[in-house]
Design a protein around this ligand. Structure first.
Ligand SMILES: Nc1ncnc2c1ncn2[C@@H]1O[C@H](COP(=O)(O)OP(=O)(O)OP(=O)(O)O)[C@@H](O)[C@H]1O
Ligand SMILES: [Mg+2]
Length: 339
């Protein structure tokens, strides 16, 4: 069955392909997960969004049977991850946060080896490896040791490795961290085509845009807890309606502009350094028109003016009290896909 992205909704009554209840994990005094519930329905994408240390990888590792939860339960494809991890592994593919490729093998050998591990047989393993190299734009590099690959190539090879056995359920932990914008868009295309073919996907990301583009449902994780969930649009709505934003030209008029804006709307957010003012624009275009008149009347020149709908970034800031930029620690930037 193929679904258009916007109408990819589960049918009422079908059991979720991934289900977690009350997942809890502690490391000494650190509570990595604190009672997380998740449901992912067949053929949909769940995006786990959260800052560094939120607990995203811990969730993925528990669902992929690499780690046991202290409390709570989870099933994947209807199978209990704790009771029958081997059977769960037959249904899943995992691409971890750090690309796990053997440096000394070529791209082809890496994929062929995985095929053998899955008992695909010699001929089938080899043909599947060539097929995936082509699909991931790695044909030319396929016979080179992967230590010569760029970060983006390793990422793609790692995802290809997760797909060798055509798993119906896929876990991708930060699939595009460390990729350049072009590599990211290529990866999105690959992910979209997998989902169009019916794969059920759980992905983690720190990029709001990525969650916005790929996920049917988003769960925002912070300090081991699910602090919000819904579609991207629902999360944006939680933050409120449109805002009027103006940037004035002349620094001398900052005080006048501030006073004027306070009469146009509420909840001001001003950045005097950037000469930018924002208020709620409850009347939308009418507020914008009123602002243009008012600034013209007061003789205050504008560099920029516009109505802005809340983005997922705004939602994230409101929910966690942090911007996404603030959550990327320098050591994580260094780690990235090169590791
Ligand atoms: N093996 C471990 N020993 C001790 N603490 C751990 C261990 N693994 C994870 N943690 C802690 O658990 C919390 C959640 O970590 P996790 O890796 O799940 O976060 P994350 O959301 O994946 O972060 P990132 O975006 O940086 O990958 C963090 O505070 C982390 O330090
Ligand atoms: Mg992680």
């Amino acid at each position: 069955m193929t679904y258009a992205t916007s109408s990819r909704r589960h049918e009422a009554g079908t059991a979720p392909v991934i289900q977690a209840r009350g997942l809890t994990k502690r490391y000494g005094k650190v509570v990595a997960l604190d009672g997380v519930d998740l449901d992912v329905h067949a053929g949909t994408v769940l995006g786990l969004l959260g800052p560094n240390g939120a607990g995203k990888t811990t969730i993925v590792r528990i669902l992929a049977t690499l780690l046991a939860a202290d409390e709570g339960a989870a099933t994947v494809a209807g199978i209990d991850v704790r009771a029958d991890p081997r059977e769960v592994r037959r249904h899943i593919g995992l691409s971890g946060q750090y690309a796990a490729v053997d440096e000394y093998l070529t791209g082809f050998e890496n994929l062929d080896m995985i095929g053998r591990l899955y008992h695909l047989g010699k001929a089938h393993s080899r043909s599947r490896a060539r097929e995936l190299l082509a699909q991931f734009d790695l044909e030319d590099a396929g016979d080179r040791p992967t230590r010569t690959y760029s970060g983006g190539m390793r990422r793609r090879l790692d995802l290809a490795g997760a797909l060798v056995a055509h798993p119906p359920v896929l876990f991708l932990d930060e699939p595009t961290t460390g990729l350049d914008p072009r590599g990211r868009i290529q990866m999105w295309d690959v992910i979209r085509s997998l989902v169009a073919e019916g794969t059920t996907l759980l992905l983690t990301t720190q990029y709001l845009e990525e969650a916005d583009v790929l996920a049917d449902e988003i769960v925002v994780i912070d300090h081991g807890k699910a602090i919000a969930r819904g579609t991207a649009d629902q999360l944006k709505l939680q933050v409120g309606g449109e805002r009027l934003e103006v940037t004035i030209r002349d620094r001398e008029r900052l005080a006048d502009a501030e006073e004027l804006m306070s009469r146009l709307g509420t909840s001001p957010q001003n950045d005097l350094e950037r000469r930018t003012f924002a208020v709620s624009a409850d009347l939308g275009v009418a507020t914008l028109t009123a602002a243009l008149h008012a600034f013209e009347g007061a003789g205050i020149e504008l560099d920029d003016v516009g109505l802005r709908r809340p983005t997922l970034d705004d939602a994230f800031l409101t929910l966690t009290g942090r911007t996404t930029e603030e959550t990327v620690a320098p050591e994580d930037v260094k780690g990235g896909a090169e590791r």
